[in-house]
Write a protein that binds this ligand. Sequence first.
Ligand code: NAD
Ligand code: WQD
Length: 344
Amino acid sequence: MNILVTGGTGYIGSHTVVELIGAGHDVVIVDNLSNSEEFVVDRIEQIAGIRPAFVKADLRDENALRTAFSDFEKIDSVIHFAAFKAVGESVQNPLLYYDNNISGMITLLKVMNDFGVGSMVYSSSCTVYGESDKLPVDEQSPIKRAESPYGFTKQVGERILEDLAVSRGFSSVILRYFNPTGAHDTSLIGELPLGVPNNLVPYITQTAIGEREMLTVNGNDYDTPDGTNIRDYIHVVDLAVAHLRALERLSEGKNADKFEVFNLGTGKGNSVMEVIKTFEEVTGLKLNYRIGPRRAGDVVSIYSDTRKANEQLGWKAERNLADMMLTSWNWQKAVSGLNEKSNR
Ligand code: NAD
Ligand code: WQD
């Protein structure tokens, strides 16, 4: 199939493009490089042996999008990753997030409609559940009022697709990622956080390599076995494979509904301290950390019920926390020189 991937030079997008090419699909990436680098296209080619087409364009630029859709053979489906994703930044600058994430998606869907493309795999997030009353969280769990503008953009994106299923039979698979981490085994692609990372694992690896002085654990007085927050960390390559399954489900017409939602996690919760310990075990390093105060807005514990993805999508996470820590560390070592060059 011909697949257009928005945000395809980004962290999860690039790993997914590698899997798509590996499965024999032709890929067109559309990305404005606002949070990624063009060399990622070379890296994808190095890993996959085939170079994906790349169009540098902003999703809000309707003319540029039209050109992208018309320049290539008929696009069969779209995987939509492109969005801003920093929770704190979205609180500071909500309009930036509403414009980029929501306006961008609307423009994309309008152009898709004009070009007769009737399906999408959409990047959503466990953030739509907020603090769930029931653990593990299944797809029926209620969507709570979003804690951040970022989280709200994910809820709106889902709702738009749900409405389009009704209005024009548009088919979508919504993938709610839990906490993506890890990198490709080759260490050629991985996460490239801009500035000081918000997320735990890049903060750990940057501290271990000496780019940050010390990790602060955001509170150890929660009602969990060791007092630190529990999350469901999921390897980015496992996530990438799930996108392939979702696409196959759409193209083979196996979707039970025009609008379907799947949780993507391992189903296992790990505390912040367990992540640190696993990192230390697999790398043999001692991490410099201290216990700090709680971070505003953190949910205490969340991990996924993976049964629906296992049974209906035919997908199961295969990589464990040790694999995630090792590949993240190998990537950090490979990328530290790059960081200096590109000032990331
Ligand atoms: P990323 O920032 O690495 O990738 C997003 C890509 O989209 C970047 O390459 C960026 O340049 C591009 N982009 C952003 N706005 C654009 C626009 N208007 N036009 C064109 N390109 C644009 O992020 P990621 O971690 O790969 O996340 C991918 C998707 O998954 C996002 O939608 C994010 O909200 C969602 N998600 C991420 C996480 C996570 O923790 N990484 C968790 C849940 C959901
Ligand atoms: C994990 C745990 C922190 C940094 C975020 C988004 C969510 C989704 C995934 C996009 C928490 C603790 C962190 C540090 C720490 N993204 N921590 N010290 O907050 O679970 O989820 O990414 O959709 O929407 O909110 O991930 O990696 O920031 O934090 O102790 O320096 O690590 O408090 O308990 P989070 P995270």
